[in-house]
Design a protein around this ligand. Sequence first.
Ligand SMILES: Nc1ncnc2c1ncn2[C@@H]1O[C@H](COP(=O)(O)OP(=O)(O)O)[C@@H](O)[C@H]1O
Ligand SMILES: [Mg+2]
Length: 254
Amino acid sequence: MSIRRVKSKWAKTAVLLRSDYLRGHMPDTRLFSHASLQAMLDQYGMVYVKPVNGTYGNGVMRVEKMLRKSGFRCQLGTSIREYSTFDGLYTYLNWHAQRRMHIVQKGIHLLRHKGRRFDIRVMVQKNPRGAWEATGTIGRLAFPGKIVTNYHSGGTPMALERLMEGHASGMRLNMFQQQLNRLSVAVATQLEATYPGIKEIGVDIAIDAKLHPWILEVNTLPDPYIFRKLPDKSVFRRIYRYASLYGRFKRSKV
Ligand SMILES: Nc1ncnc2c1ncn2[C@@H]1O[C@H](COP(=O)(O)OP(=O)(O)O)[C@@H](O)[C@H]1O
Ligand SMILES: [Mg+2]
């Protein structure tokens, strides 16, 4: 039986980067080190530092170069720290990492809804015919002031149409949704080539001001239940039906 779960964000990123199409939708990502952090802060001004094996938004930090004064600012949860030197910043982050592997990723300035950041989760599943199908999309609105949108970190799952009000509607939103589906199915296909056992993925996607979708991470144990929050109940019903067919709810071992 081939594996259904892949934990390492770094391993999954490496697989996706082999596709030219997907590379255009991946923020630059490197393993965390003194050199990579410095280079990426210089290049992008704002980055995210995340544990390679993290979940639920735990331990995710946003780090940026301050513009008005020199120095750096780092946010974890709602706590913000400032450092006047790069080495001060690095010492703190390195201590915080506690020798667990981390990645540094180019920060995307997420779209906002009523001042709060949001991103998107797309569910992709093997359908009864054995083909990949994008079965659900939901927006996730960050808790006020927070830098992660995860439900377990206080985020609110919400219909994409509502969150996209003022950013896109009608035809444009329709085409955007199709682009998200195509992108997410391509992610599944690409991962399956290396991990043939996978049956479902949840793709976390950031949208920038130009409405360009950026793949933040791919989950191989995506939560199906957030889709119960959608007003259209048929979405969750289909997700649940497909998941039952490939035995998602039977397995006690992961
Ligand atoms: N590069 C990034 N740019 C902007 N926001 C990010 C970035 N990486 C992560 N985030 C925010 O942090 C959340 C959690 O990060 P993610 O990589 O999905 O880790 P986790 O496994 O903890 O969910 C994302 O859903 C997003 O809101
Ligand atoms: Mg995530």
